[in-house]
Design a protein around this ligand. Structure first.
Ligand code: SAM
Length: 232
């Protein structure tokens, strides 16, 4: 990967970044995303936040090698603590982590989101946690996409400020992804249902404790929600 070419997954995240915005890319790793957006002239300024020293050093090297030191500030920081009030950050990207981790980073740093208008999240799994965090924190879903790359399926959830209510099904599968109903969306949930079936078979063979029964009930509940979506 270089500053001209991103993975399909990161390119999809990049496609939702507004022009001329001040960006904070949280969990930036190599800083590929802010380097690409700077190279294309899409953003004016970026903060690349990274909590682990190795990836942070790599991000610093990439930014320097590309001559973007005056445009991208790489910061060693936990989550949204990378953002200072004077930065004027309007857009946050947070990609390539589980949905639960993304939601916990957003929750524990929400005081740093004061001027933020758009959050572009790319949870690798459990996107429901991001959607739940959004509705509980005055954000709504303005767009969603799903893509297949190297056999893996990724979702991108784009949030802006506003109030919305979603059904349990919409929180699970994504209100906009459900409407778009792409082939990849169908493939994702067919895979998920197969996995749930496999787990249910195993759970049925286990001793039927209360915990096992609760687990089964939860899977059966979600299975039924998804079955209805795929049947429409
Ligand atoms: N965002 C890049 C992408 O999508 O390709 C990198 C994804 S990488 C799998 C996740 C990165 O997030 C790692 O470099 C990890 O160190 C970083 N990370 C995890 N928790 C973090 C946190 N609380 N604050 C900042 N960075 C974090």
């Amino acid at each position: 990967m270089n500053t001209n070419q991103l993975s399909k997954r990161l390119a999809l995240v990049a496609s939702f970044v507004p022009r001329d915005t001040v960006l904070a890319d949280i969990g930036s790793d190599h800083a590929y995303l802010p380097c690409y957006l700077t190279n294309k002239g899409i953003i004016s300024k970026a903060i690349a936040g990274e909590v682990v020293k190795g990836p942070y050093d790599q991000a610093v090297r990439n930014v320097q090698a590309n001559g973007f030191g005056d445009k991208i500030d790489v910061r060693l920081a936990n989550g949204l603590q990378a953002i200072q009030p004077t930065d004027g950050v309007e857009t946050v990207t947070i990609a390539g982590m589980g949905g639960t981790l993304i939601a916990s980073i957003l929750e524990s740093g929400k005081d740093c989101l004061a001027g933020v208008k758009r959050i572009i999240a790319q949870p690798n799994i459990y996107a429901i946690a991001v959607r739940q965090w959004a509705v509980e924190n005055g954000f709504f879903i303005v767009d969603e996409e799903i893509l297949l790359e190297d056999g893996k399926i990724y979702e991108v959830v784009v949030l802006e400020r506003g109030i919305a209510h979603y059904t349990p099904t919409e929180l699970l599968v994504g209100p906009i992804l459900k409407e778009k109903a792409s082939a990849v969306f169908h493939a994702k949930w067919e895979r998920e249902m197969q996995e749930w079936n496999r787990v249910l078979t195993a759970l049925n063979q286990a001793e039927q404790t209360e915990e096992i029964q609760q687990k089964k009930a939860s899977i059966e509940y979600h299975y039924e929600l998804v079955r209805k979506v795929l049947a429409t």
